[in-house]
Design a protein around this ligand. Sequence first.
Ligand SMILES: [Zn+2]
Length: 240
Amino acid sequence: MKLFIKFSLFILSAAILIALAVILQTVDPAQRPPEFEPYVFADTLANRDYDLDSLRAILGDAKGLPKGFEVAAAIAYSAYPQLKDARIDMILTDYGPPMMADIDVWSLFGPRKNRLYQIKLNDAVSTFFDPILLRSLPFDAQVGILAHELGHVAYYHQLNLFQIGKWGFNYLQSDEFHATHERTTDLMPVYHGLASQIYQYAHFVRNDPSCMEFYTNGKEFMDKFYMTDKELLEVISRYQ
Ligand SMILES: [Zn+2]
């Protein structure tokens, strides 16, 4: 019994220490431009011939490509040389939000180089999200939104375990933190040479006839937490 009490006290103290370590972190929700000069991609990347094998060879073994979207994913990866050695997978799912950047929880407890990031891409059929899922987007818009998701990974990759805990807490608790993080993550493709592609994404989901109903219903949420095509255009014209 005594041993049980000692053990419980130990677990309790460890939990309190971890909670304290998380609370004491400060994390900035805003994304920043990288310190290197990015490669600037062409405004239109669709309708060209790509050699997937050479793209794969350049990316190496640490990157997973989602079936059917390999080229778009490979281009998006190539815009983030700072993630060259990071283990990232892109997985098609039949659940969840249209796209999300996640971290395999168990890999968080090891060294950072062993972390596994997972970009989950909802590919379910006949759901509310159909018009804005990856398969419904034009090629350049696919590259743009995958570059947004990789922007989240680039952010996570700079944080330690406790900072990630604090980030997750703030993201869920504060609309302002959430909006600043997502809206500046929309700028990550701009910072990484894929400005036209994220613009094409933001434009498509707000203006294409196939997205009209979805956008009308979700306008308030989408325009609060993400950059509109018009806002992006203004930032891009100032940035270039
Ligand atoms: Zn996002």
